[in-house]
Design a protein around this ligand. Structure first.
Ligand code: ADE
Length: 231
């Protein structure tokens, strides 16, 4: 399974951004995923290359024009469009279930807004789904698109070194991750506190270790995110 993302943006240089590094960067080089950053401004039709205008009804900010957005969208071959997404704080809030749903797609087209928003008629005309990355407001959709893509890319075949790692962690089971420890077995910090790795993890008893980790996960989830347990 590979993934292609079309990004509709006024700032194409924001891509691949962090996705050009580390796991996703290597996967990009290996063509496990690909992207096209399409500059919305290239599809303006007037001599000033206008992409936005003031809102009907008044108010602050500028709104992206539907005709320009449509020209940009139609520049993508229909079979390469896939699921149409607009990054917006009004959208369905991203979680691991939605990420897993998105990774089943071969193509995604992600509209990144700036300013106040985009003309509603464009969203309606192409039945564009809105996705939010959380209850806060960014200055634009590009970082949000990068987050959606990062979460999808790491689930693609062969992207994570150890195929097990992606499933064995926070949210694939609605629990927060248990604490991790590595060497040294006793670490003395600069305040002279000697801190030991829990004995159970050095016992070699994998059944007991799994039980302990599960208990830690449950306790952490109960204290930090009880909302996850209610599911
Ligand atoms: N654009 C601005 N804020 C956003 C958010 N919280 N999620 C997705 N896109 C956004």
């Amino acid at each position: 399974m590979t993934l292609h993302c079309n990004l509709l943006t006024l700032f194409p240089d924001m891509f691949p951004g962090s996705l050009g590094q580390s796991l996703s960067g290597r996967a990009l080089e290996q063509r496990k995923w690909s992207y096209d950053a399409i500059n919305i401004r290239d599809f303006a039709t007037d001599k000033h290359q206008t992409v936005d205008d003031t809102p009907y009804g008044g108010g602050a900010g500028m709104v992206l024009r539907p005709d320009v957005l449509e020209n940009a969208l139609l520049s993508i071959k229909p079979e390469k469009r896939g699921r149409l997404i607009y990054m917006s704080p009004r959208g369905r809030v991203l979680n691991q279930k939605l990420v897993e749903e998105l990774t089943t797609e071969d193509n995604l087209t992600i509209l990144c807004g700036r300013y106040e928003g985009v003309d509603q008629r464009f969203l309606d005309a192409y039945d564009i789904e809105e996705i939010s990355i959380g209850d806060y407001v960014l200055s634009g959709g590009e970082p949000a698109a990068i987050i959606v893509m990062d979460a999808c890319i790491r689930l693609l075949d062969g992207v994570m070194g150890n195929e097990d790692t992606a499933g064995d962690e926070s949210f694939s089971n609605d629990l927060l991750e248990y604490p991790h420890y590595t060497k040294p077995a006793t670490w003395t910090d600069t305040q002279n506190n000697a801190r030991d790795v829990p004995d159970i993890l050095k016992s070699g008893n994998h059944a007991k270790i799994n039980e302990w980790r599960h208990g830690q996960s449950l306790a952490l989830t109960q204290s930090r995110r009880p909302d996850l347990l209610k599911k």
